[in-house]
Design a protein around this ligand. Structure first.
Ligand SMILES: NC(=O)c1ccc[n+]([C@@H]2O[C@H](COP(=O)([O-])OP(=O)(O)OC[C@H]3O[C@@H](n4cnc5c(N)ncnc54)[C@H](OP(=O)(O)O)[C@@H]3O)[C@@H](O)[C@H]2O)c1
Length: 312
């Protein structure tokens, strides 16, 4: 059975991916600070900032594939801690790629739509990146480092939503938590994206590894919408009051990190490689709703060693 090391296994993507893969693969989740309660897969604990420990970690775990989800993934936090962002988001992937290539391991590195400046949208893999923030620059540096060290690696530029361990990691949870509690929120009309449901992203990444793909791919939903439209679509899907979502411009809120207006990604290359279209955002929201109804959200929350009570 293929053995997969999933870094960031407590994070939004890593936890959903490790859970999705565990029935079919031999999964080892790499944890850092956040522990997991009987996740149903093996775990190891390590600080990836210990660059010299990465080779020994791979030798101890002996994976066939590595899916690298660990990162400083919050734009504003990266802006506040640029050195940490550079070390965790750029240096760690570079070293991981070097050590993985040396051992002949398949590697999927998770990158971001934010490598683009958002001035045009519908970005193809051949379009030139122009990162605007500390976070985006660190992720672009990672792409270059991973590609140089491990030319066979997958570089998946993506954006996603879903249920998380702490219930607050994704934009979907932001809208769901606030609307379910009857609190008004801003929905940005000046920011366009094409988010995938995180469990769909997990399955697509596993399929990309199975099919032995390599290089840069845009892994996103087939269509795009503004964050305001996303909030309204989520409200409609969950029967919540979309009237609580106020139209707002993110630029007017003066966030620490510069945001790009249109980060929609063209997914034709991946659709061709996999022989099918990517899911639409509406299909992703259907999946999110079904997960809520089936208790999957609660299952994720129960994984956290110190779970917070559910809202809504
Ligand atoms: N969320 C999005 O929509 C989005 C969009 C585009 C790209 N991405 C990329 O997708 C990937 C996953 O993002 P996410 O949202 O799932 O992130 P997340 O929920 O913030 O999770 C980050 C993970 O990294 C771990 N980590 C942090 N510092 C570490 C260290 N020094 N050593 C080992 N592990 C460490 C964290 O563990 P502890 O909490 O225990 O420290 C956590 O499990 C990232 O590469 C991110 O840049 C995310």
């Amino acid at each position: 059975m293929t053995r997969i090391l999933v870094t960031g296994a407590s994070g939004l993507l890593g936890s959903n991916l490790a859970l999705a893969a565990a029935p079919r693969y031999d999964v080892v989740g790499l944890l850092h600070r956040q522990g997991l309660n009987e996740p149903g897969f093996e775990t190891v604990q390590a600080d990836l900032l210990d660059l010299d420990g990465i080779g020994a970690l791979l030798d101890a775990v002996q994976p066939d594939w590595v899916v690298h989800c660990a990162a400083l993934a919050t734009l504003n936090e990266a802006e506040r801690q640029p050195q940490l962002a550079h070390r965790l988001n750029a240096e760690v992937p570079g070293r991981l790629a070097t050590e993985a290539a040396r051992r002949g391991l398949r590697l999927a590195h998770i990158s971001t739509d934010a490598v683009f400046d958002g001035s045009k949208g519908n970005y193809k893999e051949t379009d030139g990146p122009n990162p605007l923030s500390v976070y985006a620059r660190s992720k672009r540096m990672a792409e270059l480092a991973v590609k140089a060290a491990h030319p066979g690696a997958i570089l998946a530029r993506t954006v996603f939503f879903g249920w998380s361990l702490n219930g607050q990691q994704s934009l979907a949870e932001f809208f769901y938590n606030n609307l379910a509690a009857g609190r008004p929120v801003n929905g940005h009309t000046d920011r366009r994206f094409c988010p995938l449901l995180v469990t769909d992203l997990a399955e697509i990444l596993l399929e990309m590894l199975e099919k032995d793909l390599s290089g840069i791919y845009h892994v996103a939903s087939a269509d795009s919408m503004t964050k305001h439209e996303f909030g309204l679509a989520l409200a409609a899907r969950f029967g919540l009051d979309g009237g609580l979502i106020q139209s707002a411009e993110s630029a007017a809120e003066n966030p620490p990190a510069r945001r790009a207006p249109d980060l929609s990604l063209n997914t034709a290359r991946l659709s061709q490689a996999l022989g099918r279209r990517m899911p639409t955002v509406a299909q992703g929201l259907d999946g999110l709703h079904a997960q809520h109804a089936s208790g999957y959200r609660q299952r994720l929350r129960d994984l956290a060693t110190q779970p917070q009570p559910l809202e809504g």
